[in-house]
Design a protein around this ligand. Structure first.
Ligand code: FES
Ligand SMILES: [Fe+2]
Length: 377
């Protein structure tokens, strides 16, 4: 599954340019065309590290989580030796899905259809009446494995068996994250919200990749949490960093006195669709943009704290950020409608050299990577 060869089958990219200062945005058709979406699923989502869950959700053998990626589905599971394994979520008999959602299987994975039974490592252990089938070889029907790797306690899978390791090129990212959230591997998922969004996944990621809209659309964030004058977006080969000082005396949510020293905001977009954020006070959350069709995205919002039960103060932060997410929903959904308009062609990025909060160079960099992955540019 190598990178696609540059193709003329895709719509042109018009005035898109390597230099964000000169570049126009990519045309609207890239946000709703079914063939482009199918190409993205193949060349981006089946070819990149995709977030599934945190290790705390796989704490004992048999704990599992399923992640659907377009028409593919993957199980991650902790086996009896304590290792994390990943398998395609399909029975090798006649293709029934094996597991759904999250949960615990016990010591085996049993297909609901005809009860073929696999161990947690994927070996076929029993298939009723198969001893009556000539030449039946159970070893031929082990579950198909998928690569699973960890980053800061988060479990990712990659459908491309030849992709570079997840940690390649992420040393600096890991250092930045651990500086703001030193105990990240040992946190627990304390809250999860899924937002069904009527917008293409790129629209959702791009909304996240700039803060040009923050002062007018997120006044609570811009005035009550972050020091916008210090907000910076930095692009790297495999990720983007957003960083800012907090405003000090928080007005948007309360902070306990022992957290007074932790005033920094950091967030990181890991190519192509996974975001980790740490809010002033050390509060950490995941904001994952999962494609669910050409014009549908599921935003997965999760909070990680030392305990699974948020304190009153932590709940205050969750509620505050939920409000920010709510403010973004109509923005993405009205843009999605606008991208169909014949009155819209290609816009311009607003970029400044200091890469400040209002600079849209992060959106440009993201669009460039999408076009490159598709072979469109
Ligand atoms: S499809 Fe799974 S046992 Fe038949
Ligand atoms: Fe926003």
């Amino acid at each position: 599954m190598n990178k696609p060869i540059k193709t003329n089958d895709l719509p042109g990219v018009g005035k898109f340019h390597d230099d964000p200062n000169q570049s126009y945005t990519i045309p609207g058709i890239y946000y709703y065309d079914e063939e482009i979406y199918a190409r993205e699923m193949k060349h981006i989502f089946a070819n990149s590290w995709q977030y599934v869950c945190h290790v705390s959700q796989l704490s004992t053998p048999g704990d599992y989580a399923v992640r659907d990626l377009g028409d593919q589905s993957v199980i991650v599971i902790r086996d009896l030796k304590g290792e994390i394994k990943a398998h395609h979520n399909v029975c090798r008999h006649r293709a029934h899905r094996l597991l759904e959602g999250t949960g615990k299987t016990g010591t085996q994975i049993v297909c609901p259809y005809h009860n073929w039974t696999y161990d947690l490592g994927g070996d076929l252990k029993s298939a009723r009446h198969s001893d009556e089938v000539s030449g039946f070889n159970p070893a031929e029907f082990c579950l198909s494995s998928v690569r699973a790797e960890l980053f800061c306690g988060f479990v990712f899978v990659n459908l491309n068996s030849e992709a570079p390791p997840l940690l390649d090129g992420l040393d600096e990212l890991e250092w930045e994250i651990r500086e703001l959230s030193p105990d990240i591997d040992n946190l627990k998922r304390a809250n999860c919200r899924q937002i069904p969004l009527n917008a293409n996944w790129k629209n959702s990621v791009e909304n996240y990749s700039e803060c040009y809209h923050c002062p007018n659309q997120h006044p609570g964030l811009a005035n009550g949490s972050l020091d916008m004058g210090s907000y910076q977006i930095t692009v790297h080969e495999k990720f983007q960093s957003h960083s800012s000082h907090g405003v000090g005396d928080q007005t948007a949510y309360s902070k306990s006195s022992e957290l007074e020293g932790e005033r920094e905001f950091g967030s990181w977009l890991l190519w192509p669709n996974f975001v980790l954020e740490v809010y002033p006070g050390g509060y950490m959350n995941v904001f994952h943009h999962l494609p669910d069709g050409p014009e549908k995205t599921i935003q997965i919002c999760e909070w990680y704290f030392p305990s699974e039960t948020p304190t009153v103060e932590q709940q205050g932060v969750i509620d505050f950020v939920d409000g920010v997410r709510d403010e973004d929903i109509p923005l993405c959904e009205t843009v999605q409608k606008g991208l169909h308009s014949v009155g819209y062609t290609q816009g311009r990025f607003v970029v400044n050299e200091k890469r400040s909060y209002f600079s849209e160079h992060g959106v440009h960099d993201f669009q460039k990577k999408v076009l490159q992955a598709l072979g469109a540019w």
